[in-house]
Design a protein around this ligand. Structure first.
Ligand code: CP
Length: 317
């Protein structure tokens, strides 16, 4: 496995399955009275967040602490970044503090790759979401959740997944397309042409232009957030019109009693997904957050040099 996790492309199919299997073993810790393993004792993990986050930042912190690592939380707001300090000087400062892993979220696509390539730091770099590029641990937790509900085998072969909405601005969609297809799933993108990226025809996916085309034909429907904060243009006539063509509303919910409903969060309830759909029995949106801790524990564990054999001994002892 690579030292860094910058993109799903850094993982072979076998690496991805190893992370999912390791996360499954680690999920047993969450049911134990003491939710802690000593495996990363003495290691330092830095959460370096230049962009807002709730789920990813907190779950990486919980994951590192459950493995007994020391955690330093850094957010750009309130740091010397607001005085103009560069990514390089920030990285050198963290290196001076002995960081073994840096988890970085940045609004610039490619910032984690730059941090890794420049070798300002000796530790592992983990991409926690960069611009509109990638969010690999989100895709891993999504694959873990799908596998848990729909598959008994190692991969996701034959599982049909629709990813619906603002694909253009979504790092989650890009990472999921790469990972889910690597694991054998069939992926359909559902979006207006204005919310699809240039070159999407080269992606290994089907593309349709209305949510009704996939209802009842897929095992999983993954709704994406409309990312208003990244929109510099008018991408659809109105929110009401978008919701009518692409939203998972209550009428559509009734047509898919057996479909797994997912959303990476945060949600715009009433826009891409109705409250009834988000809170329905088919929804695994809250469980995705729980599974995020297991996946991030597995990623930290494996990148910081753990072997699965040692892990099994630690989990079972
Ligand atoms: N899914 C996700 O990345 O959520 P946060 O922005 O809250 O981390």
């Amino acid at each position: 496995m690579n030292r860094h996790l910058l993109s799903i492309n850094d993982l072979s199919r076998e690496d991805a399955i190893l992370i999912l299997d390791t996360a499954y073993e680690l999920s047993n810790i969450s049911n134990a009275p003491i939710k802690k393993l000593p495996t990363l004792r003495g290691r330092t993990v830095v959460n370096l967040f230049f962009e807002d986050s709730t789920r990813t930042r907190i779950s990486f912190e919980a994951a590192a602490k459950r493995l007994s690592a020391d955690v330093i939380n850094f957010s750009a707001k309130g740091s010397s970044v607001s005085k103009g300090e560069s990514l390089k000087d920030t990285a050198l400062t963290l290196q001076a503090m002995g960081a073994d892993a840096v988890i970085i979220r940045h609004n610039a696509s490619g910032a984690p790759a730059r941090l890794a390539a420049q070798q300002w730091m000796t530790g592992s770099v983990i991409n926690a979401g960069d611009g509109t590029h990638e969010h690999p641990t989100q895709a891993l937790l999504d694959a873990f959740t799908i596998r848990k509900h729909l598959k008994s085998g190692a991969d996701l072969s034959g599982v049909k997944v629709a990813i619906v909405g603002d694909v253009l601005h979504s790092r989650v969609a890009r990472s999921n397309v790469l990972l889910l297809t690597k694991l054998g799933a069939e992926v359909t993108l559902v979006a207006p042409p204005t919310l699809l990226p240039v070159g999407v025809e080269q992606w290994p996916v089907k593309i349709v232009f209305g949510i009704d085309d996939v209802l009842g034909h897929v095992d999983v429907i993954m709704m994406l957030r409309i990312q208003r904060e990244r929109m510099t243009d008018l991408f659809f006539p109105s929110e009401r019109e978008y919701s009518r063509q692409f939203g998972l509303d209550s009428d559509r919910l009734r047509q898919i009693p057996k479909t797994l409903i997912m959303h990476p969060g945060p949600m715009n309830r009433g826009l891409e997904i109705s409250a009834e759909s988000a809170d329905s029995v088919n929804s695994v949106i809250v469980e995705q957050v729980t599974n995020g801790v297991h996946i991030r524990m597995a990623v930290l564990y494996l990148l910081l040099g753990g072997a699965q054999r040692e892990l099994l001994t630690a989990v079972n002892s």
